[in-house]
Design a protein around this ligand. Structure first.
Ligand code: ZN
Length: 308
């Protein structure tokens, strides 16, 4: 097979883009994450399976979030009774991603025995998969909740779209450490296709959908991860017979929303006794952002705790 996708000035990494297959009732999206996902995952010292799960969750949040025309945040969460209690990733309309996990290290190690990487259901156990659209305080939050179904996060997402939006959807997510010469760095990728509702030509719509599903199935994890394969090349490999266009590419970056002001205002919502107990031996309160691991040093007075 020859790859001769046209060159274009779109970013080739850390991007989310839409794609359209000429004349098909299918819309698609693609996400490639390099430095951005390495920054998110390197901010934590997670065991490999937990980091991979967070990477997939971030890729999914960017995949879904970048498809929405809105100002605000798309939050993907999963919560269960397994070794990983909670995973969250959020994407905002500026293309910023962040996320974290809560887990029990011993349980994760036990669940990983004999697996190269345990799947989402093994890690999360029984629980729920939640997508939230947060457009700020002036809007009602739109939230969809489905049980975690299937061994992978992609299957859970497909189940979500089937249940809560009734849109046939295929999702592919990949996370891995790739060494480009400077040691292994995290990369992630995601792709999604959805059937666009047909009207008069319903029958043929489904036939084309099945065909695109079959082609989509051939997408390999390493194609999603390999920085040498540009987004255009990847799409061309998948759908070249039918002409595929990449559109609306936008950059993604690892940016957290935390700040000393936000942390301080969260602190002031705690009881005064609780705040006083947080004061360390050197007289400061230290709070670590769960998303990006930045440690904030707060003067107790700033958090409304007077000296004794
Ligand atoms: Zn932060």
């Amino acid at each position: 097979m020859t790859d001769h996708a046209p060159l274009s000035p779109v970013p080739v990494d850390d991007l989310a883009a839409a794609f359209q297959i000429e004349g098909w009732p299918v819309r698609g999206r693609l996400v490639r994450l390099g430095d951005a996902i390495d920054a998110v995952l390197s901010a934590h010292d997670y065991p490999e399976p937990v980091a991979a799960l967070l990477g997939e969750t971030c890729a999914l949040a960017a995949l879904v979030g970048s498809s929405l025309k809105f100002e605000g945040r798309l939050i993907v969460q999963a919560q269960g009774d397994g070794p990983v209690r909670y995973v969250v990733a959020d994407y905002d309309s500026q293309g910023h991603i962040r996320g974290y996990c809560r887990f029990d290290a011993e349980e994760v190690a036990a669940a990983s025995t004999g697996f190269s990487r345990p799947g989402a259901q093994t890690l999360l156990g029984k629980g729920v998969f939640v997508m939230t659209l947060d457009q700020g305080p002036d809007f009602e939050r739109h939230q969809g909740i489905t049980p975690i179904e299937g061994e992978s996060l992609s299957l859970a997402a497909e189940h979500y779209f089937r249940q809560s939006e009734q849109v046939p959807t295929k999702v592919r997510l990949a996370v891995g450490a790739v060494d480009q010469g400077a040691g292994p760095r995290w990369r992630a990728g995601g792709a999604m296709i959805q059937m666009v509702a047909g009207d008069a030509a319903r029958g043929s719509t489904e036939e084309v959908w099945e065909r695109s599903e079959a082609l989509f199935q051939t997408l390999a994890d390493d194609e999603l991860l390999d920085p040498q394969i540009t987004p255009e090349t990847l799409l061309f490999r998948l759908f070249h017979e039918d002409g595929v266009r990449l559109e609306q590419a936008r950059p993604l970056a690892a940016v957290c929303r935390c700040s000393a002001d936000r942390i301080t205002s969260v602190l002031t919502s705690f009881g005064e006794d609780e705040r006083r107990e947080m004061i360390e031996d050197d007289g400061k309160i230290r709070v670590t952002c769960e998303y990006c691991s930045t440690v904030y040093e707060i003067e107790p007075a700033a958090a409304g705790v007077g000296s004794l």
